[in-house]
Ligand binder design. Sequence first.
Ligand code: GTB
Length: 215
Amino acid sequence: MTPTITAFENSPDRGRGLARDMRVRWALEEVGQAYEVRLVSFAEMKAPAHLALHPFGQIPTYEEDGLALFESGAIILHIAARHAGLLPEDAGARARAINWMFAALNTVEPPILERETAGYAERDKDWHGERVAMLDDRVRARLSPLAARLGDADWLDGAFSAGDLLMVSVLQRLQGSALLAEHPALAAYVARAEARPAFKRAFAAQLAVFERSSR
Ligand code: GTB
């Protein structure tokens, strides 16, 4: 059965591919699995039919053969476990790739999100500048060791994996900030991932939603 995911009917990112359906689309493209998309409005996300799929009333969700999942990381792990292409066969390498998936979501993404939230929710506070400087340093404390571990390799642990897919998805939220530019190797890592045909197909698909909605 073709899986169905949900995405914003009108994404606030205006087609920049930052909403979390993008990472699920990308994973599906990497493994060559066709998918359908149900677009939801903000009101629909908070209505009972969607809340039955996603207790927090968010996107993305994933439905397939009576299985309903929410949380982009869990969805991608499910896709990667069921199809070849995103997790190595070797048990140790597979565990390490999953390790990087969790590192992306639990260790690298939180300070990036906190900094982003401060950027729009606390901009008018007189302590904003001081807080941003502190949050920038928290992000730096994640990027420096990540760049050191990546070194001059293409991907975090051998072949491209779901760990890279999630790590790049998280780092993309820093694009346009000086923080990513401080680490040319990480900026190149993001660019390398974005050059993958599967990424391009996923990006084009989510952009088409924005373009249709803004006609
Ligand atoms: N932990 C969950 C996951 O990884 O799946 C988080 C899901 C989540 O945050 N979903 C967001 C959502 O549904 C969309 S992706 N928000 C609506 C709500 O909570 O009511 C987050 C997002 C939103 C907008 C932008 N943007 O405009 O740039 C970027 C990312």
